[in-house]
Write a protein that binds this ligand. Structure first.
Ligand SMILES: NC(=O)c1ccc[n+]([C@@H]2O[C@H](COP(=O)([O-])OP(=O)(O)OC[C@H]3O[C@@H](n4cnc5c(N)ncnc54)[C@H](OP(=O)(O)O)[C@@H]3O)[C@@H](O)[C@H]2O)c1
Length: 295
């Protein structure tokens, strides 16, 4: 069997398009477009690229982006003050503080200071708790994107065996909770899991969020499974540019699975699309409007 290649770029473009279609109605009802504030501290090139693409995507949907680029010498108090100002700014519906932050700043304190109603990354404990207790929450963008791809691919997830590899607060844990919410039977594996291959082998759905290049091999995959590869790992190449690979050995797994996301072009584009979705949703909730349909 050669698996279907799940096209994350196409799915992400469709979501961004849907977000863009909702913006004029929001503007008409509230007199302004939804706004996303991004906060970039320092000059880490990867973070700068991510934040730039988030700002660009925001503008492309017709929403407003407020970019705050700060030197890495900023103090924790100064950054906290900026977050408080953004919390109070009525034009701002979403606040995204790009991680990692420099050592002098306690990222947990910064995240805890973001107004949960504007926490479009879904990292605040209030949103994590709301997700865990089955209430409306702003949910971390990457697992939300994975869930969207799974629903698109499989329809109803009820009763399917799902194995999530990784238990980070950003990906693994919210992913497991989302799958549980969709009535999958969920196992969360991690670095202390015994017989990982056998655990993964029983899964109808595998979500790999580990950060280890091509760790999941083809013979770990149950024939016909759907595989979502969250990992982004750069392998060295002779020309020095490096090559991006996921946590799953794609070619091997594609021989066995029914469907699989590539890296790049799978989960990655979904993360920004879901950030746009979360910003639109946050704007509606803050304005007392019903959630936008179809998102
Ligand atoms: N596509 C995107 O937009 C996107 C977004 C976010 C992250 N990512 C990528 O996704 C990957 C995971 O990100 P993350 O933030 O969740 O990483 P993380 O915080 O480092 O968590 C990695 C998880 O993998 C587990 N793990 C490590 N080695 C393992 C092993 N040998 N066997 C089984 N489990 C193992 C760890 O277990 P312990 O808890 O036991 O240590 C941990 O729970 C990274 O490659 C990251 O770059 C991609």
């Amino acid at each position: 069997m050669t698996a279907k290649r799940i096209d994350g770029r196409a799915a992400a473009a469709a979501i961004r398009q849907r977000v863009a279609e909702h913006v004029p109605a929001f503007e008409q009802q509230t007199g302004r477009a939804p706004g996303l504030a991004t906060v970039l501290v320092g000059e880490d090139p990867a973070s700068a690229v991510y934040v730039r693409s988030k700002n660009r995507a925001t503008a492309e949907t017709g929403m407003v982006s407020f970019a705050h680029n700060l030197p890495d010498t900023i103090t924790e108090d100064e950054l906290l003050q900026l977050v408080l100002d953004l919390n109070a700014d009525e034009r701002v519906d979403g606040i995204l503080v790009q991680l990692p932050l420099p050592n002098q700043i306690d990222a947990a304190r910064i995240i805890a200071t973001i107004d949960p109603a504007k926490d479009v990354d879904g990292f605040h404990a209030i949103n994590a708790g709301r997700l865990a207790t089955g209430q409306d929450a702003l949910v971390s963008c990457t697992p939300l994107g994975c869930l969207h791809l799974l629903r698109q691919e499989l329809g109803d997830l009820t009763g399917l065996e799902a194995v999530v590899i990784g238990r980070s607060n950003i990906v693994g844990k919210p992913m497991a909770l989302l799958l549980l919410g969709d009535n999958a039977t969920v196992t969360v594996a991690h670095s202390r899991t015994k017989n990982l291959r056998e655990v993964v082998r029983r899964a109808d759905i595998v979500v790999a969020a580990v950060g280890r290049a091509e760790m999941v091999r083809g013979d770990w995959i149950k024939p016909g499974a759907t595989v979502i590869d969250v990992g982004i790992n750069r392998l060295p190449t002779e020309d020095g540019k490096g090559r991006l690979v996921g946590d799953v050995a794609y070619d091997e797994a594609a021989e066995v699975a029914a469907a699989i996301t590539p890296v790049p072009g799978g989960v990655g584009p979904m993360t920004i699309a879901m950030l746009m979705r979360n910003t639109l949703v946050a704007a509606h909730r803050r304005a007392g409007l019903a959630d936008p349909e179809g998102l």
